[in-house]
Design a protein. Structure first.
Length: 199
């Protein structure tokens, strides 16, 4: 079962939340001001998702060590991420797990701040990866951004040799469309009103 993270399981974008968690309010808001022209272009559709993400990551995190970011990711998973979760979404995830279903967290967010949380909840993580050189984050992505068709490609690569089962997918944005179209049962923005029935 395939769950998007940002906006689906959570109420807010975790990249923004992680940035604020690591950098603090002052650095975060100064960065928002400095990156405003880039963010505006992104909102207007003049800058693609991957380029905008890399510019954000490079500004806030380039030069930080793998150890520091990994430790911050674990702390974020324990202390901040739980407050962002939608109860209905977590209830649905628990329902799938109670049925013995394999559950995937399929997210464009980086493994740096999603891996510890996914592991703690028994999820198979499919996420974007950060590039490190000599243990230092470059601000670039390692491989493709896990967004759009790349989400489907990565899941297919993992399950291609496994027995075929009905696939449920949960998402909330354009970046989830390929995954939702591929699934047997697709749910778009499913956890914002009444809870889903257990089927």
């Amino acid at each position: 079962m395939l769950f998007d993270l940002d906006g689906t399981l959570t109420r807010k974008d975790t990249m923004l939340a992680f940035t604020r968690f690591v950098c603090g309010n002052l650095v975060f808001w100064v960065g928002m001001i400095r990156l405003f022209p880039m963010l505006l272009k992104f909102r207007l559709g003049l800058l693609n998702h991957t380029v905008a993400k890399i510019r954000w990551l490079r500004y806030f995190f380039a030069g930080k060590s793998h150890q520091e970011l990994t430790e911050q990711g674990k702390a974020f998973a324990q202390n901040r991420l739980p407050n962002l979760l939608r109860k209905a979404a977590m209830d649905r995830l628990q329902w799938h797990q109670d049925q013995g279903h394999s559950c995937f967290l399929v997210t464009a967010s980086l493994a740096l701040w999603t891996k510890a949380w996914a592991e703690a909840h028994g999820l198979i993580l499919v996420a974007s990866q950060g590039e490190f050189v000599d243990g230092v984050f470059t601000g670039q992505l390692l491989g493709k951004n896990c967004w759009g068709k790349e989400k489907r490609n990565r899941v297919e690569a993992i399950i291609q040799d496994q027995p075929t089962h009905m696939i449920y997918a949960y998402g909330d944005s354009q970046g989830d469309e390929a995954l939702l179209q591929w699934a047997d049962k697709a749910y778009f923005k499913p956890f914002r009103t009444a809870p889903l029935q257990s089927t």
